[in-house]
Design a binder for this molecule. Sequence first.
Ligand code: BES
Ligand code: MN
Ligand code: ZN
Length: 490
Amino acid sequence: MTTPVTITFADIDLDQIALATGRVAVFLPADGKLDLAARRVNRLTKGALARMVESGAVEKMKSGQVSTLNWPAGMAAKALDVVCLERNAKPDDARKAGAALGKAKGTDALTVLAGQVRRPADLAQGIALRAYEFTAHKTAEDKPGEGVSIMVSKPDETRTDAAPLLAVAEGVFFTRDLVAEPANHLTTTEFAARIDAMKSLGLKVTVLEEDKLEKLGMGCLLSVGLGSASPSKVAIMEWNGGTKGDAPLALIGKGVVFDTGGISLKPAAGMEDMTMDMGGAGVVAGVMRALALRKAKANVVGIVGLVENMPSERATRPGDVVTSMKGDTVEVINTDAEGRLVLSDIMWYAQETYKPAAMIDLATLTGAIIIGLGHEKAGVFSNNDDFCKSFLKAADTMGEGAWRMPLGQAYDDQLKSNIADMKNVGGKPAGSITAAQFLQRFVQDGTPWIHLDIAGVASVKTETAYAPKGATGWGVMALNQLVAQAYEPN
Ligand code: BES
Ligand code: MN
Ligand code: ZN
C-alpha cells in the first residue's frame, strides 16, 4: 500500500532552522505576532516575515493558508512555507493547516516549526492525509518522498497524541489505494487477500466463498456476480478490543469491484469510473485497519460483499426473480441496481450472526445522490434519530460532509412488484431514497441503522482539503471518530 510519510517529533532547535534542507514551515497568527522560531526565521531572512506582516498580507490570509517564499536568503532550505494559524486553533483548523503543508511538500523534506501550535498532533495528521499520491502504476515514480520533522515543545507528549491520529491516516490511505486500484488488479480475490493480510494486525478475518454463500441462501448477492469470471466473496473483519460479550457495531460495505451495469449495460462514457464501486467496502476495510492499528477499545465487525457486475451468458437478466437470505423475493428490473442486492444479504447476515448494537452500511449506491448533494456531502439515511445525530456530529468534527435524507412509506410503496415481494428499482423519482427503502426492508426491528450513500464523495475530480483529486477515503475519519465518541470508554 502507499506508505504514509514518515513523521518525527523533535525538540525545538533554533540553530537547526538555518541548516534544514528541503522546506521549512513557520506559523503566523493573523495579528502577525512572531513566536521564537518565527523571530529566528525573520532574522535569517533579513526581515522577510516582518515585511510580510507590515504589508497586510498576513491579515488577509485565511486560517490554514500557506504563502511560500522560494529560495529564502539566509537559509539552506529551498522554500519557506508561511502558514496562517491562530495560537488557539481548533483541531480542524490545525488539521487543515497541516493538509496545506502536506500539499506544498510534494516529495521534499519538511521541517515544521510548531512550537506555538496548540494542536501539533492534529497538524501532523493533516500533513499525513494530504501527502498522498497513488503511484502504483506509474513506473517512473515509485520512490517514496522524504520525511517530515516537526519541532514541538513537548515531543514525547505529541508523539503519544499523534499515534492514533496517524493510525487513522494509514486507514484512510488503505481505503484510497483500494478505491484507486483498477478492476483488473483489484479483483474480488485480490480484495479478499488484502483484507486477509490484516490478520497480522490482530483482526480476525473470515472469507466466505460461493459454496458457503449458497448454503446461507444469499441469492441476491450471488445473482450480481453470476456474469463475472471472478468469484463472489464475503469478507468479515472482527476487531474485539472492547468488553467481551458486548454487542458489536456492524459496518457493512458494498464491494462491487467493477460495475458495468450487467445486462442493463451502462453507457461507455465514464464507465471507467465504476472501478470505484467498491468504495463502501474500501471504507469499511480502512476503518477496521485504523481501529486495529490504534487498538481501539471497542467491538466492531466489518462485513463486505465482493462481487463484479458483468454481462455474460451466465449473467442475471432483467425480469429474473431471486431470493434473499431473509427469504424475501426480488424481481430484478434493472441489473444496474446491483448494490442494494449485495447489501441486503450481508446486512441480514450481520444481524443474524452478530446481533449488532447498531449497523451502518456504506455504498456508492446511486447516481441520484450526486444530483442531490453533489460531491460535497454523502447522503445519510437512518431509522434512529439519536444514532443519526451522533454520526452527523462525528462527520462534522472530522470535516467530512454528510446530510440527512428522508425515508417514508410512500417511497417504499414505489418498490411494489407484480410478481415478487419487491422489485429492485423504484423508478426515477427519489432514486436515492427508494434505494435506501430497499435496504431498510432488510433491517430488523430494533436495530439502529444508518445507510451512507457515498457515490458522490468516494472519488472526486477536484482536490479536497485532505486529498488530491481521486479517491478521498471519505468516512474513515468520521466512523473512527464515531467509534471513539460512542463506543469506547473515555
Ligand atoms: N454504482 C452505481 C451508482 C453510482 C453512480 C456510483 C455514479 C458512483 C457514481 C449503481 O450501482 C447504479 O448503477 N445505480 C443506478 C440505479 C438505477 C439503475 C436505479 C443509478 O444510479 O443509475
Ligand atoms: Mn449499478
Ligand atoms: Zn454499482
